[in-house]
Design a protein around this ligand. Sequence first.
Ligand code: DUC
Ligand code: ZN
Ligand code: ZN
Length: 483
Amino acid sequence: MSQTFDLVIRNARCATAADTFESDIGIRNGVIEALGKSLPAGKEEIDAAGAWVTPGGVDGHCHFDQPTNDGTEMADDFLSGTRSAVCGGTTTVIPFALQQRGQSLKDAVADYHRRAGQKACIDYSFHMIISDPTEEVLSNELPELISKGYTSFKIYMTYDDLKLSDREFIDVLAVARNEGAMVMVHAENADCIAWMTERLLKAGHTAPKYHAESRPMLVEREATHRAISFAELVDVPILIVHVSGREAVEQIQWAQSKGLRIYGETCPQYLFLSAEDLGGDDDYEGTKCICSPPPRDKGNQQVIWNALESGTFDVFSSDHAPFRFADPKGKQAEGDQPSFDKVANGIPGVETRMPLLFSHGVLTGRISIQQFVSLTSTSVAKMYGMYPRKGSIAVGADADLVIWDTDTHRVIRNDDLHHNVDYTPYEGIHLNAWPAITLSRGRSLWKDGQYLGHEGMGEFLPCERPEPARPKVTHSPFIRESN
Ligand code: DUC
Ligand code: ZN
Ligand code: ZN
């Protein structure tokens, strides 16, 4: 340890997914090089004075600059999206390279690199979205992309332009098993939604609140169960994303109790929003909370809190899907009184994800700080093959860190956020925690209420094959390996 540290953080009250400990943190060249008491002086020093210091957040589910084909446009690109993320304590993001039907998967990934390049201020990686699993995609493109570090992808059971048939779903799972990739599943039954939507529209029910009625929980429960069954058939782990309430939670718990490697992700909207936020008849502000699956009721919020506490979920993501409200390319693409089925799905939340869970989870005693770290960072980094470089406070890890201010009394106001959306669905919620400083590879990008980053500071991270994607058994009882 002969050279001087670039930065020493003194008196940190460090929290990891496993432990809490008091330490100084010595950083050189963007990496944590030493942990211990009374480290030698750094060129720069920060006194954390006993404040909680956690690994920077890894947001494993957010959408930036994702191409659409319905006249809408995402409000955040990699510039505003990563800026907003880092101001709320997130230092790594994993948005989605979407394959349009008829498009090569490689082209989709190359196009997404063009959108991201020189814009992100924090490190990033990509999940792929597979909407067209042709023979070429399954046999060549997907294996090659996985070997190059794109080791996770999302598949959909709803949306006409994205959904896979059951057979396609199984074929894709088989490739994931062979190649060691993590599969994320959007679990909602498309035909049930179409049938319900048709009935509601025929009855003249078009207001935003009917979005929730068109996708009742059984729609999510059925698809979750089907996805779990396919995963069991193929013997491959999967992650059910954006779980909204009791019925999907029960399916995941049932699968886990059978010993299946089924993981769950939930998001702030299922803790802090409810179907009431979609408004009443003739209330079009409710479009601000249209996302899928929809927010449920207060009882289901409690179910999600309980499942976070009991360890059913491994991942807490924002599902930041940014569409402006008063914008003909946003929620009002079909006018200012759109029918619920014509409203862009998704809400912003990349900046508020970590403070909401710290404030209302850790500081209220609902979850431990170690659980917070695991859900927002460590387990996410493991789930997507970027641990231990990301997701830990350890010698050799990137110096992506958050020093928390837990004495603050603030109220979420969209004017204070750094995304490019004209609203936040969390407006008015009280918080007692916000990052005082967020460091990305040792550089303070958020400090004293100021964003200090600039475009292009972030790097693309190729991912390893994730350990949690390993099949349960080497030979599936349903598959003859010789076939
Ligand atoms: N699914 C997502 O994952 N994000 C936004 C909308 C959706 O349906
Ligand atoms: Zn989804
Ligand atoms: Zn999403």
